[in-house]
Design a binder for this molecule. Sequence first.
Ligand SMILES: *[C@@H]1O[C@H](CO)[C@@H](O)[C@H](O)[C@H]1NC(C)=O
Ligand SMILES: *[C@@H]1O[C@H](CO)[C@@H](O)[C@H](O)[C@H]1NC(C)=O
Ligand SMILES: *[C@@H]1O[C@H](CO)[C@@H](O)[C@H](O)[C@H]1NC(C)=O
Ligand SMILES: *[C@@H]1O[C@H](CO)[C@@H](O)[C@H](O)[C@H]1NC(C)=O
Length: 533
Amino acid sequence: MRAGGGGGREAALLLLLLIATACGFVVLLLNLPDGHSRRPGAGGERKGGPRLSVKKERRMEEVVRLHDVAQELEGQTEENAPEADERISRSPPSTKKKIWMMQDQLIMAKAYLQLASPHGHTRLVQELKLRMKEIERMINHASGSSHVPGSALQKMRAMDMTLSKAQRTFPRCSLMTAKLRAMTHHSEELVRAHRSESSFLEQVAVRTLPKGHHCLAMRLTSEYFMLDSKEHEFPKNMTQIGGFYHYAIFSDNVLASAVVVNSTISASKDPKRIMFHIVTDALNFPAMMMWFLANPPSPATIQIKSLDHLKWLPADFNSRFRQKGIRDPRYTSALNHLRFYLPEVFPSLNKLLLLDHDVVVQRDLSELWEIDMKGKVNGAVETCTSGDGYHRLENLVNFSDPSILNKFDANTCICAFGMNIFDLKEWRRRGLTATYDKWFKVGRRRRLWRAGSLPLGQLVFYNQTVPLDHRWHVLGLGHDRSIGREEIERAAVIHYNGKLKPWLEISIPRYRDYWNSFLNYDNPYLQQCNIHR
Ligand SMILES: *[C@@H]1O[C@H](CO)[C@@H](O)[C@H](O)[C@H]1NC(C)=O
Ligand SMILES: *[C@@H]1O[C@H](CO)[C@@H](O)[C@H](O)[C@H]1NC(C)=O
Ligand SMILES: *[C@@H]1O[C@H](CO)[C@@H](O)[C@H](O)[C@H]1NC(C)=O
Ligand SMILES: *[C@@H]1O[C@H](CO)[C@@H](O)[C@H](O)[C@H]1NC(C)=O
């Protein structure tokens, strides 16, 4: 792990590459006659999956080239970065904001430059290069000084005009770009904000996936855009109507989801009755689709949705969980809060098992649909043991506040999330989504609990939880090094909650193989991206 700005630059570079590759392919596809002559994909292993035409395959080489360029860029910018960042961090807020805007402009310009270069848009290329130099100079001037000179604002305006010119030249990708642009600034800002914190490195490791995962997301995304739109759908099994066991996974991580899906099927006695529902965000949707198109979880059925397909969600849903001073995506991610809208996400379902993406399923779970829920909504294991005062409600929410004190028992045991069976009929009957909205608003007005969905979950499902046997769900594999082998191996579901996720280098070695064994490391995508055990 590199120190300093590495994480930010990496995140920015991934986005830059996604812009360049995604837009690049849209452009290239417009220029190419759509090749219908097909031959097996490079990997050769994708039985029944979509295949690439020869021409499209050649485009893959372009992706690899772009990736190499990016790594070079990364190497170059690394050296001077720490001092520059140091100077920027001493600037007043208004200066910082301008500098970040200029940095975003640079990212966009780089993306367009990569798009334009191989296609002979010489004038545009020259103009972009000139503007980039100007902006770089302005960033240098502005960092550390108390205000941004008027000349910088002029240069920013000039850059804006050049960028719109570029956007007009590549109109098909402007939508994609706008989306990615918004995200770029946000992710950069997150990393900058963290710089001063002592736990910075650990936070970066938590948030920033290793290089191989970046490569994987990029490859899958660009391949998805190369498919014909009729290949964008999963085959439907028309012979089966109803009678499914429904599993939901909300995740932005392809490999994590792959392991949950694969382990669930491997452990199931009757996998053809399983239907997976994955919900991801707009940025990761193409990669997630592509992975499961190429590695279909047959004989189970799968559906993948993006947050922006859920039109009924509150307009501010994607941003409402960002809180000042809290940057860990485990707390601020919208996907993490989507669990409070289950009946709305799945209007036609009455019972559903929700799995976090950091679990491995080791036993058949169909019995969970048979347990007596006693009219309650949420089936979950409790995390307190007798005499343990720590996992009690009073340690999650502020009992000095009368609105809490009068309604709840401080001694209530905390229930776990990560593997929960939900009775959505009861949920709807009791209007728990409204209960959630109410507590969410209260929590926004007054700070009655720490960030994240866990405290809210305790209040929403208070009196509505039926405790499950502990063997259903063993927690702690992402932070607790002392869990016994026997306890792990007899568990139906093991959960890597905590920072030390099994797909990160910082994971706990003793627990890694339970996760690794459900990933086929010979898979051509993993091989091409150097992802190994
Ligand atoms: C479709 O469902 C039928 C009936 O359950 C099953 O026998 C068959 O294997 C399924 N086909 C696929 C491709 O999963
Ligand atoms: C807990 O709530 C009380 C009453 O609303 C408030 O005065 C106090 O500052 C809160 N404590 C924390 C740690 O937020
Ligand atoms: C929980 O159940 C108890 C006993 O039925 C009831 O008195 C209490 O009001 C309930 N609390 C909430 C918050 O629903
Ligand atoms: C799923 O897991 C099994 C081991 O249980 C493994 O052999 C297989 O390759 C995995 N499939 C994928 C697509 O990774």
